[in-house]
Design a protein around this ligand. Structure first.
Ligand SMILES: Cc1ncc(COP(=O)(O)O)c(C=O)c1O
Length: 496
């Protein structure tokens, strides 16, 4: 943004208005957050465990009994990933790099400590629903986590995934989930890798190879993998990434993400055959992530016409994908049995789980509930992650400056990627400066009431990226810090 630009507050005003119209930002409330963190020196980050529990329960309820594979990129904190995985309804990890997956596959790496209580029951009150989202096949009545599930039969699970009998598929899937969890969580690397040393480590570690699945969308990637792993060793598990975008006019119009080249069912079947032709590879799953639906709010502020267009496009795209995904899964299953079919994200849990072909969801952002997830009609998660910065100067009346703040989210650049000041209410960023590398001016009525050393609380636009800025997360219950846990960065891991 050019620094000479006038202070165009209309765009940032929209964000402030969105916050003002939202429900209380946290069950803990900011007074309690202030009390809990009184001895901490900003910058620091907190996670409100009450809100987190409520969000987990809501996600499980929205997934209609199908297990959620937890997207680790959206938590980036091993302790919290482990704790969420102990909740019924969550099973397995959707990792973002192979070195990360190898790290998480070590024995005990994801044991968690039961900080969330080990079931979603406790979230009932916070979520405001008497069932707490824990009923149904994935809830406490029939846990999906497998810690209390019966023994699994792999052949049953293979028949079940995407098969004709939905009840049987569900049972088989839950049984398979149980088996996987007892051996340590199954870890699906959600994106292709070209990391040859990590592939060699995977191929020489029988236990890791039995837990980790690699993502591919081309023969070129298969060639890289097979060359890296060599001719002998344990089988390497493979998942196909089926493109979920909408392509019209023979591919001339592409709507959605540029992701995988595998779009048509026949292309998926052809790559499945190429996997099966390689003796060291074993095809176990298919994934397709509809980011244009799951990751784009259908109730974002802005012109009503744009919102209407987004909704229409999402409906159309979802219908197209449902039919194509079902056909692709049928075509791939004709080549090899599948253990799982993964789809969706936080924004599409109910629609994607309703698809017969899909056996599990992939999601994580809904746990911390960053700003980008405020704008969906179908659900309202509770903000659970915050960071605090110190007021260090007062450049003009109705203005204050905090130290730091440029914790900007990835994606197409825009004001929606900026952090949002949420407390005290009535502060906003200056559009001429945005959120700065070392300092961030804020303006608004609340500015004059702040003293040097006071805190301003922010929310990040995205979920896990917050953890690349801090070494620790302070876990808060009510007005107390109950634990302090390291982020990936705090454990000296910067995977991406
Ligand atoms: C493969 C895949 N699945 C699912 C998701 C959804 O994750 P989340 O719910 O954390 O936004 C993503 C997000 O980018 C993804 O890349």
């Amino acid at each position: 943004m050019p620094s000479a630009a006038p202070d165009d507050s209309t765009r940032t005003d929209t964000r402030a208005a969105t916050h003002r119209s939202a429900r209380p930002a946290s069950p803990a409330g900011f007074a309690e957050l202030e009390k809990a963190t009184a001895d901490l020196q900003p910058p620091f980050a907190v996670v409100d465990l009450g809100a987190l529990r409520a969000n987990a329960a809501q996600m499980v309820r929205r997934s209609g009994g199908k297990p959620i594979r937890l997207a680790s990129k959206s938590l980036r904190c091993r302790a919290l990933i482990g704790d969420v995985l102990r909740l019924p309804g969550f099973s397995g990890v959707l990792a973002f790099t192979l070195p990360e997956a190898l790290w998480l596959a070590q024995d005990g790496a994801l044991d968690g400590e039961g900080r969330l209580g080990g079931d979603t029951e406790g979230a009932a009150g916070a979520d405001g629903r008497p069932d707490g989202g824990a009923t149904g096949p994935a809830g406490r009545n029939a846990p999906a986590s497998g810690r209390t599930a019966g023994p699994a039969r792999e052949d049953e699970a293979r028949e079940g995934a995407g098969g004709e009998d939905e009840g049987r598929a569900g049972r088989a899937e839950r049984a398979a989930v149980g088996a996987a969890d007892r051996a340590g969580p199954s870890i699906l690397v959600g994106y292709p890798t070209a990391d040859v040393p990590a592939l060699r480590r995977l191929a020489s570690d029988e236990r890791a190879a039995s837990r980790i699945t690699l993502m591919v969308d081309s023969v070129e990637q298969l060639a890289l993998i097979t060359e890296a792993i060599g001719p002998s060793g344990p089988p390497v598990r493979i998942c196909l990434d089926l493109d979920a975008s909408l392509r019209l006019l023979g591919g001339r119009l592409h709507l959605g993400m540029r992701r995988s080249p595998l779009h048509a069912p026949e292309q998926a079947a052809e790559l499945a055959r190429a996997v099966e032709a390689r003796p060291r590879l074993r095809l176990v799953g298919v994934m397709s992530y509809e980011g244009q639906i799951a990751g784009v709010g259908d109730n974002r502020p802005g012109p009503g016409l744009t919102r209407a267009a987004v909704r229409l496009f999402q409906q159309f795209s979802a219908r197209e994908l449902r039919a194509r995904r079902a056909a692709a899964i049928r075509a791939v299953r004709a080549v090899a049995p599948l253990e799982f079919v993964n789809g969706g994200g936080t924004g599409s849990l109910e629609q994607t789980s309703a698809e017969h072909a899909v056996t599990e969801l992939g999601a994580g952002s809904g746990i911390y509930a960053p700003v980008l997830f405020d704008h969906y009609r179908g659900f309202r998660p509770l903000p659970a992650a915050y960071f605090a910065l110190s007021v260090v100067r007062r450049p003009a009346p109705r203005h204050i400056t905090v130290l730091g703040g440029g914790w900007i989210a990835s994606g197409a650049p825009g004001t929606d990627r900026l952090p949002l000041p949420v407390s005290p209410a009535g502060l906003r960023l200056l559009s001429a400066e945005g959120a700065g590398e070392v300092q961030t001016p804020l303006t608004g009525v609340a500015a004059d009431g702040l003293r040097l050393g006071d805190r301003v609380w922010f929310r990040h636009a995205k979920a896990g990226e917050l953890c690349e800025r801090v070494d620790q997360l302070h876990l808060v219950e009510g007005d107390r810090i109950v634990d302090v846990v390291p982020t990936y960065r705090g454990e000296q891991h910067a995977f991406l």
